[in-house]
Design a binder for this molecule. Structure first.
Ligand SMILES: N[C@@H](CCC(=O)N[C@@H](CS)C(=O)NCC(=O)O)C(=O)O
Length: 207
C-alpha cells in the first residue's frame, strides 16, 4: 500500500465542509477513504484535532485540517489539473470568505438547535445570530457582483463547489432565501446536476 492509498477523510453526515471534501475526492478520483463518524463527536476526538471538528484528512504522517488545508492537500494529490480547478494562491481570498461564512452560518444555526435564548442584558448591541446571517447575505451580494458563468475565471473552480455546499446547507437547515441572485443560482443549479453532488447528497437534518 502506498502513501496515497492509506489516506482517510473523517466526516459526519450533514457537514457542508466535509461534503465539499468528499465531492472533491469523487471529482478528482483520489484514493482517499471517507470514514463516517457519529455526532456529537466524542471527547477523545480532540486527540485527533484541537478543533474537535470534521473534516480531518489523515495521510501517512500528517493530520490535516481545517477544510481550506484539506482542499489544498487534495488538489496537490491530483495527478493532472482537472475540474474543478484551484489556484491555491490566487483563489485564496474567495475560498477563505466562503468557508468563513460557512463557519458563521453553522454557528448561527447551532444556537437554534441548542435551544439557546438570551439570559441577560445585551451589552453587545446586536444578536450574534442575526449578525452572522447578515454576513451571509452581504457575502452573497459580493459574490453575485463578481460572478460570471462561474465565480472565478469562467471555469468550474473549487470556490463554486464550496459555495454550493455551504448555500445548499443553509437553504436546507436555515431556510435561507438566496436564489434571487441569478448568477449564483445558475452556478449551483449546474453543480447540482453533477453525479458527485447527487452521489454525495446532503442528508436531511437529524438531531
Ligand atoms: N472551520 C472548520 C469548520 C468545520 C465545522 O464546522 N465542522 C462541524 C460540522 S459542520 C463540526 O465538526 N461540528 C462538530 C463539533 O463541533 O463538535 C473547517 O473549515 O473545517
Amino acid at each position: 500500500m502506498d502513501e496515497l492509498d492509506s489516506a482517510k477523510l473523517f466526516y459526519i453526515e450533514g457537514s457542508p465542509f466535509a461534503r465539499l471534501c468528499r465531492i472533491l475526492i469523487e471529482e478528482w478520483h483520489l484514493p482517499v477513504k471517507s470514514i463516517p463518524l457519529d455526532h456529537p463527536l466524542p471527547d477523545d476526538y480532540f486527540e485527533i484535532t484541537p478543533t474537535g471538528q470534521v473534516p480531518v484528512l489523515k495521510t501517512v504522517g500528517e493530520t490535516i485540517f481545517p477544510t481550506s488545508q484539506i482542499v489544498e492537500q487534495l488538489w496537490a494529490m491530483t495527478e493532472e489539473a482537472t475540474e474543478p480547478y484551484l489556484d491555491p494562491l490566487a483563489d485564496r481570498q474567495i475560498l477563505a470568505v466562503i468557508l468563513e461564512v460557512g463557519n458563521f452560518l453553522v454557528a448561527a444555526q447551532q444556537q437554534v438547535w441548542a435551544g439557546l435564548e438570551p439570559v441577560g442584558e445585551n451589552v453587545l448591541g446586536y444578536n450574534p445570530r442575526d449578525r452572522h446571517i447578515l454576513r451571509g447575505q452581504k457575502t452573497l451580494d459580493w459574490l453575485e457582483a463578481q460572478a460570471g458563468d462561474w465565480l472565478i475565471r469562467d471555469e468550474p473552480n473549487v470556490c463554486d463547489y464550496a459555495f454550493a455546499c455551504i448555500v445548499l446547507w443553509a437553504e436546507s437547515r436555515m431556510g435561507a432565501q438566496w436564489r434571487d441572485r441569478k448568477k449564483l443560482a445558475s452556478i449551483v443549479d449546474k453543480l447540482q446536476e453533477r453525479p458527485s453532488f447527487k452521489k454525495i447528497a446532503l442528508a436531511p437534518y437529524s438531531a
